[in-house]
Design a protein around this ligand. Structure first.
Ligand SMILES: Cc1cc2nc3c(=O)[nH]c(=O)nc-3n(C[C@H](O)[C@H](O)[C@H](O)COP(=O)(O)OP(=O)(O)OC[C@H]3O[C@@H](n4cnc5c(N)ncnc54)[C@H](O)[C@@H]3O)c2cc1C
Length: 508
């Protein structure tokens, strides 16, 4: 049975591996010249610039996603870095009791608790509750029964989910807490400001940070040495070993549908590739509204399209520098206030800078040198995407001008940075959109809504269309690599069930 897959990102490659393991004949069609999609890196004069993989959920055995990654990758062959501090946040208006302006978000919960209590004994109650919440998260299997697809289970197995009800009640109770509502409970002005700055000044569900911290503490969210390309390369290798085929530089134009059944692909070259089943692991908007011409939608899909239900996740303006210095004693990730706020040409105003100093991955730079990347997130990716199309010269000018302003401010922080910089690389939202086709240059699909634990409104199987599956980071708000692999595995289990093939995981 032949299955065509659109996209060689982490979702497409994972689906390909699971399908090959189950005896299907698959081909992946990838418009770019390489694998990985957003999980990628690029080489410039001896430096490797990262698209941004900072942490992999499931890097350690303590996390359920480890089980899934291990099915496809030899996880023992990857060295993971577990940072002691997740981020250093320099606050603007207050200092802690030691006169320090920097807030250290430790990844070890005991250390974090001691640190917070030493700064603000007056806030012992909310601090202890916060740490207790994270410890409680550690005691639950999140997500429960990762290898199961609940809707495919017989009723007597579904019943076993009852034991997860306390977890659901617990998560439901804490889901409304945001970094702002938590900051309001604090008396200490330094901590108050630090918590308000957790998401660069935005209000977000606190769970977005407490959940990863809970997993950080158990060494479940490490950074893989070798970065994105090294990590995704494992999947590509596995897929090819299993007998899969990838056609690079092969864009898909349309999904061919006959009698509401997906029957194959029409490539940009005009070639038609028939198949029994089609999987799209590409962008949500492209798949539903271009490749399927908006014919398989319902009210919810239309609401999503207008961003009435969820907003599209941020895109990013990223300046990467190859610097002839080791920065060995610098923190790996800092956020600090700017002396002069920056306004991007897309209209977004920034009061802080977020800088990754990749001094912990020697594979990214020659000896004694380092890659530094500075990211500015934006919800106005369309500005860059449209400008690049309409006026490429002005686009280049604006991009370089804004990058220069960023570098000047970075140089004020890391004195001598400019002088030691050997390579500058600038990626805008238009770059991310161009290379991966992600709608509005989104780096993680949809932004999680206020109800962070609500069932995802995104469809894997579209209303009225058979033999078609949609997978990837657009299927669950918040996206990321775990969503890519889980959605792929779940879809393959659905396919196996429909085609009456027992689902199995095997190495060859
Ligand atoms: C700056 C940044 C930081 C990040 N940090 C993290 C992190 O720390 N942890 C984490 O888990 N995640 C992180 N992510 C998110 C993560 O990289 C993505 O969510 C994930 O890689 C998405 O995988 P995917 O396979 O679903 O989609 P994609 O990576 O978008 O893959 C889709 C593929 O489909 C191809 N395609 C699209 N249209 C077509 C077409 N018409 N024809 C053929 N091929 C097509 C694309 O070229 C692409 O290769 C980060 C992303 C960025 C950019």
């Amino acid at each position: 049975m032949k299955i065509n897959i659109i996209g060689a990102g982490v979702a497409g490659l994972s689906a390909g591996c699971y399908l090959q393991m189950n005896g299907f004949e698959t081909t992946i069609f990838e418009r770019h010249s390489t694998f990985g999609g957003l999980c990628t890196s690029w080489q410039r004069q001896g430096y490797t610039f990262e698209s941004g993989l900072q942490w992999l959920l499931g890097s350690g055995k303590s996390n359920p996603f480890y089980l899934l990654w291990s099915e496809l990758i030899d996880m023992n062959s990857i060295r993971f870095v577990h940072h002691k501090v997740r981020i250093e946040i320099e606050v603007k208006d207050h200092t802690d009791i030691f006169g320090d302006r920097v807030f250290h978000l430790y990844t070890n919960l005991s250390r974090l608790e001691t640190y917070l209590l030493s700064i603000a004994p007056e806030d012992a109650d909310p601090i202890r509750k916060l740490v207790h919440t994270m410890r409680r998260m550690q005691s639950y299997e999140i997500p429960p029964k990762i290898r199961s697809v609940p809707e495919l289970l017989p009723w007597y197995q579904k019943i076993s989910y009852i034991k997860y009800l306390p977890m659901l009640f617990f998560l439901n109770r804490i889901k409304k807490e945001t970094n702002f509502t938590f900051a309001d409970k604090l008396k200490n002005p330094f901590l108050k400001e630090a918590f308000r700055m957790l998401f660069d000044g935005d209000e977000m569900p606190l769970m977005i940070i407490t959940m990863p911290l809970a997993f950080n503490d158990l060494k479940g969210t490490g950074y893989p040495i070798g970065g994105s390309v090294g990590f995704a390369g494992n999947l590509e290798r596995k897929y090819l070993e299993l007998g899969g085929r990838i056609r690079y530089r092969t864009g898909v134009e349309k999904i061919i549908v006959e009698n509401n059944q997906a029957r194959g692909l029409l490539l940009s070259s005009g070639e038609r590739i028939p198949s029994d089943v089609t999987i799209s692991a590409a962008d949500w908007n492209f798949t539903l509204f271009n490749a399927l011409e908006g014919k398989y939608v319902n009210k919810m899909i239309l609401k999503l399209h207008k961003q009435e239900h969820l907003k599209v996740y941020y895109s990013v303006f990223m300046v990467s520098l190859g610097v002839a210095a080791s920065f060995q004693h610098q923190p790996h990730f800092i956020r600090f206030p700017l002396s002069q706020p920056l306004t991007s040409p897309d209209g977004t105003r920034y009061e802080r800078m977020e800088m990754h100093i990749n001094n912990y991955d020697p594979t990214l730079a020659p000896d004694g040198k380092t890659v530094i990347s500075i990211s500015y997130y934006t919800l106005n990716a369309d500005f860059w995407i449209n400008l690049r199309q309409e006026d490429p010269i002005k686009y280049q000018e604006e991009k370089q001008k804004f990058a220069q302003l960023i570098i000047d401010q970075a140089d004020a922080r890391l004195v001598g940075l400019k002088e030691k910089t050997e390579v500058v690389d600038v990626a805008t939202p238009a770059t991310f959109q161009r290379y991966t086709n992600n709608w509005k240059g989104s780096v993680q699909g949809w932004l999680p809504g206020k109800n962070i634990i609500a069932r995802s409104p995104v469809e894997t199987m579209l209303p009225g269309l058979t033999d078609f599956y949609f997978i990837g980071h657009w299927t669950i708000p918040g996206g990321g690599l775990p969503v890519a692999i889980k959605s792929a595995r779940d879809a393959v289990q659905h396919i196996c069930k429909n085609k009456k093939v027992p689902f199995r995981v095997r190495s060859r």
